[in-house]
Write a protein that binds this ligand. Structure first.
Ligand code: HEC
Ligand code: HEC
Ligand code: HEC
Length: 356
């Protein structure tokens, strides 16, 4: 009887020991799984924060839009350096400080999630998630460069550099400066003898790299390599040669804006919530911001440019960037609303734009 009990006791103890040993042995594996789950969760949280706050500048796939740098290639950057950049921003650039301690909106755990996403996320998956949330930034107007034109340009001395520059110009600069550098209401002429006489190559390089603070002219040094900037300087310098050859780029019209009564009504509603405080009732303007109900501004600014201004804001002014907060459909409806005012808009002779 006693022996039987002690046998049961022994067996029970042995069972406990074996079970404990198994648990202890499996612990590292469990920890690895838990760490992997944590990282997956962080990447998911970081992706949504990225979609809401960052895509308008850094692109849905981290490719960098316009003058803004790509993030897809910085996975190798030091973790702490990425954290510090997002927390504190970069002085004198549009990269704002996002950390709450720096006056921003994100807590340490959220910053941490963003950093994990930048380092370990899969940019294809991020792009799909951004699209699913309806936050893919709007396409920006580009000018089309036909292959024959590029072939013609390549035949010039140092033609390859010029041909590449024409392509960069068309996708990055044409929306504001015009397909052939003729200027628009948004930005001055780049293709003129006057400019070629007034500005040295060093002046052009500085303007392109550093931008003109307080205007729509951004700093491009983070987005373009030294060679690309040098190519653009060569293009501005030698534009007359292209003109003499009869080279003409054609501006691509963005897809037409939906002008249905529903879209206009949705835009009017959004306008009253987000824009009235600065641009005034019915967009007649206030002391804080210019009238948008203004026939000069509306007739001279294409839909895509209005959309770009609303999405990207105006650096160095109170005009916020809305692209991270509003969907593509929202931005379109705002353009539709503003466009609907055009036929009855009063002419205001000196519209306020980024050009001073
Ligand atoms: C309004 C545009 C804008 C938005 C929105 C924005 N950034 Fe930036 N970001 C920039 C610019 C411009 C730079 C380059 C600054 C410089 O020249 O040093 C930059 C740089 C960075 C860098 C450093 C890249 C490098 O190569 O050094 C990181 C990381 C970064 N941003 C992350 C973010 C994250 C994360 C968000 C969202 C929470 C965000 N950014 C939102 C404009 C923006
Ligand atoms: C979002 C609109 C916008 C885009 C895009 C843009 N620019 Fe500008 N650019 C401006 C504005 C506005 C000015 C005038 C700034 C001022 O008031 O001095 C300007 C000025 C310039 C000047 C100086 C002109 C002068 O007469 O002094 C050069 C050169 C220039 N831009 C080149 C470029 C190049 C090259 C690109 C493409 C990489 C580009 N810009 C993209 C808006 C833009
Ligand atoms: C906090 C104030 C403020 C708010 C809110 C605001 N804006 Fe602006 N907006 C400005 C200022 C200031 C300018 C002029 C910037 C400049 O000097 O180029 C401007 C310029 C613009 C321009 C370019 C006008 C031109 O003549 O070049 C458009 C378009 C615009 N805003 C649309 C909007 C829309 C749409 C909304 C709402 C989603 C909005 N803004 C909300 C302050 C604001």
């Amino acid at each position: 009887m006693d022996r039987k009990l002690s046998w049961i006791g022994f067996l029970a103890t042995a069972l406990i020991v074996v079970t404990l040993a198994t648990i202890v042995l499996r612990e590292p594996q469990r920890q690895i799984t838990a760490a992997a789950d944590l990282q997956v969760n962080k990447i998911a949280e970081g992706t949504d924060l990225y979609a809401e706050n960052c895509v308008v500048c850094h692109g849905a796939a981290g490719e960098g839009l316009g003058s803004f740098p790509a993030l897809a290639a910085i996975a190798e950057m030091d973790t702490q350096a990425i954290f510090n950049t997002v927390e504190r921003g970069r002085y004198n650039t549009t990269m704002a400080a996002y950390g709450v301690d720096e006056g921003g909106i994100l807590y340490d755990a959220q910053l941490d999630a963003l950093v994990t996403m930048i380092q370990y996320g899969d940019w294809n998956a991020i792009e799909n998630r951004v699209a699913a949330l309806g936050l893919t930034p709007p396409e920006i107007v580009v000018a089309e460069v036909p292959e024959e034109t590029l072939t013609m340009i390549r035949d010039l001395p140092d033609g390859q550099i010029l041909a590449d520059a024409v392509e960069w110009y068309s996708s990055n600069c044409a929306a504001c400066h015009g397909a052939n550098g003729e200027g628009t209401t948004l930005a001055p002429v780049l293709n003129s003898d006057e400019l070629r006489t007034r500005l040295t190559d060093a002046d052009l390089t500085r303007t392109i790299e550093q931008g003109v603070p307080g205007t729509l002219m951004a700093a491009w040094d983070a987005a373009l390599s030294d060679d690309e900037v040098a190519g653009l300087v060569a293009l501005v310098r030698r534009w007359d040669e292209l003109e003499n050859m009869g080279v003409q780029m054609v501006a691509v019209e963005a897809a037409p804006i939906d002008m249905s009564p529903e879209a206009i009504a949705a835009g009017a509603k959004l306008y009253s919530v987000a824009c009235t405080s600065c641009h005034g009732v019915d967009a007649y303007g206030t002391a804080l911001a210019p009238a948008l109900n203004n026939s000069v501004f509306l007739s001279q600014t294409p839909d895509a440019a209005i959309k770009q201004i609303i999405a990207q804001g105006v650096t160095g002014t109170k005009m916020p960037a809305w692209g991270g907060r509003l969907s593509d459909a929202d931005l379109n409806s705002l353009v539709a609303y503003l466009r609907s005012l055009e036929s009855s808009a009063p002419p205001i002779v000196a519209p306020v734009t980024g050009i001073n």
